[in-house]
Design a protein around this ligand. Sequence first.
Ligand SMILES: [Zn+2]
Length: 104
Amino acid sequence: MSTKFSVSSPVTQSREAVESLITYLTGTAPVEMPATYRVSGDVALVRSKDGKAYYTVTTRGCSCPAATYHPGTACKHRRAAFPPAEVESIKPRFDEPFRPYTDD
Ligand SMILES: [Zn+2]
């Protein structure tokens, strides 16, 4: 099973897949499924309203339908996983010379 997360094209995960991932990462099965699970610095999983799936949220997007219909606007999952203040702090600072940033 592949659990590779793409930052540029996030894919919604099933509840079972996220449970397996947490079990794999922590070594124990979660007693209660979390509403938000941070996978890495720029990828998080946010539980859907019905609890059956988890949206993959990155600092740049979310796999939920709202994010697809309103590209460029942070959906509630993205705001929950990456609060604006936190995103602000990782933006390049304007009082420093800008360095080109590559992301693959
Ligand atoms: Zn979303």
